[in-house]
Design a protein around this ligand. Structure first.
Ligand code: COA
Length: 174
């Protein structure tokens, strides 16, 4: 099935791997020298933690212990990623993951697009794919914690801050 009509900007058909992971051609990126490079959305968990941390580093996020990052990937309900493909080489350029109770609720974490690829609609496409995957698994309540500078980005995707006055609350060790 072609998803173009449902998801603007998505140009390819979806493929499912033997492990149930999905992959979708979402756009062709035109480089400075006019080369057209495909960009894929994938739900693979097979993500190099060094590449992931390098992506997070590129947006200025604090370094995390790789052992914990591996564990977070392993125990996430859904892992979504964006890949730029050049010949045999794939570069991780976007990432998001969701934890869940597998029934009602999911929370999105680590939403990131590499600065070289920001501002071209990829973040929105990544989020729409994450929502679609969660809805496919009948998750109806999707939450996230937005940094102040990205509240508008999430609002444009349909997220509401503090619905009905509900406040996110945090406990931190002293
Ligand atoms: C937030 C982020 C994922 C958005 O990815 P992106 O590919 O740049 O987003 P898009 O190009 O799809 O932008 C979609 C829309 O959101 C807006 N937007 C993107 N980043 C924004 C920001 N930081 N603040 C406000 N609006 C933003 C864009 O202007 C665009 O609006 P438009 O559709 O009306 O033109 C990306 O900027 C990023 O990785 N930032 C650093 C990491 C981060 O802050 N993650 C979120 C943690 S809660």
């Amino acid at each position: 099935m072609f998803w173009k009509s449902l998801f603007p900007g998505v140009i390819g058909s979806e493929t499912a791997t033997g492990t149930g992971e999905r992959e979708l051609l979402i756009t062709e990126w035109v480089t400075a020298n006019g080369e057209r490079v495909p960009i894929y959305f994938s739900t693979t968990r097979d993500i190099d933690v060094y590449a992931l941390e390098s992506l997070c580093d590129a947006v200025g996020w604090a370094k995390r212990p790789l052992r914990k990052v591996r564990k977070a990937l392993e125990f996430s309900f859904l892992v979504g990623s964006l890949w730029q493909e050049r010949g045999q080489h794939r570069r991780l350029i976007g990432f998001a993951r969701a934890t869940s109770d597998h029934a009602f609720n999911a929370t999105l974490w680590d939403v990131v697009v590499h600065p070289e690829f920001q501002g071209k609609g990829l973040g929105k496409t990544l989020m729409r794919q994450m929502i679609r995957e969660l809805r496919r698994q009948e998750i109806s309540n999707i939450t996230l914690f937005a940094d102040p500078q990205v509240v508008t980005f999430y609002e444009e995707l349909g997220f509401q801050p503090d619905p009905e006055g509900i406040k996110g609350m945090f406990w931190y060790p002293n």
